[in-house]
Design a protein around this ligand. Structure first.
Ligand code: SF4
Length: 234
């Protein structure tokens, strides 16, 4: 039996939903299973959306950044626009459970990912993800993107290597990994146990609370027994 959420949708995963689930299954469920909570846009998320759009317009249409953007953005955009190859912006990937690629909005899509900038050149795929937040040491999202690329493009062309980079705009630095086609394909072996744990919780409708510092005013699930208002200092 297929278990549907309150909006009639079956289980599906993305890197963001996986990290949400792992940080607190109860919060994940309020947003994505019971659909009782909507996470409000924050100043940071609005800025992130603006930055992603501005990079796309700068690289694709040579539209200059607005004056309120930090000056280092232009040098990153210039370097990226000079990369040789076919550029894809906000490239959507989706697969069914048997890993067959499908349309992103297909009702049967099981996994989804969106690559900010994908550059395909002969046997190389360059995968770029812009980051506006604090620098972190975790390549998981890039590895998943490399998997999506190897899984989809292998059917009609041989991608031999995926060069994956986060661009940490605040820190003005980049980190990442390089994966050969076969290694990229193996990523799903590491990810499956994590995804299956999430899928099991969905099917069993078992979403425990993982209390953390987020409970103090940062979680939108105000009805949760662990939720506390943030103290306001006057
Ligand atoms: S208040 Fe804490 S435990 Fe409750 S849903 Fe939010 S993050 Fe999870």
């Amino acid at each position: 039996m297929i278990v549907l959420n309150a909006r009639g949708k079956p289980f599906s995963w993305s890197y963001s939903s996986l990290t949400e689930f792992e940080s607190c299954p109860s919060r994940f469920a309020a947003k994505r299973f019971y659909c009782t909570t909507v996470e409000a846009e924050t100043e940071q998320t609005l800025w992130g959306t603006r930055v992603h759009k501005a990079f796309e317009e700068r690289i694709k249409d040579s539209k200059p950044f607005n004056e309120d953007f930090p000056p280092n953005y232009e040098s990153w955009a210039k370097a990226l626009s000079q990369l040789p190859g076919e550029k894809h912006f906000e490239r959507r990937f989706a697969v069914r459970k048997n890993f067959a690629p499908c349309d992103f909005f297909d009702a049967g899509a099981w996994g989804r990912g969106v690559v900010d900038l994908l550059v395909l050149a002969e046997d190389t795929a360059v995968i770029i993800d812009y980051k506006t937040g604090k620098k972190k040491d975790d390549d998981t999202q890039l590895k998943i993107f490399a998997w999506f690329v190897a899984n989809e493009f292998d059917f009609d062309r041989q991608i031999k290597v995926a060069k994956c980079r986060y661009i940490w705009l605040k820190d003005n630095s980049t980190t990442g990994i390089e994966l050969k086609n076969l290694d990229a394909k193996m990523v799903m072996n590491q990810m499956l146990p994590r995804i299956e744990t999430m899928e099991r919780a969905w099917n069993d409708q078992t979403f425990p609370c993982f209390p953390s510092g987020l409970c103090v005013g940062w979680c939108p699930v105000t009805e949760c027994i662990h939720f506390k208002e943030r103290k306001v200092w006057r």
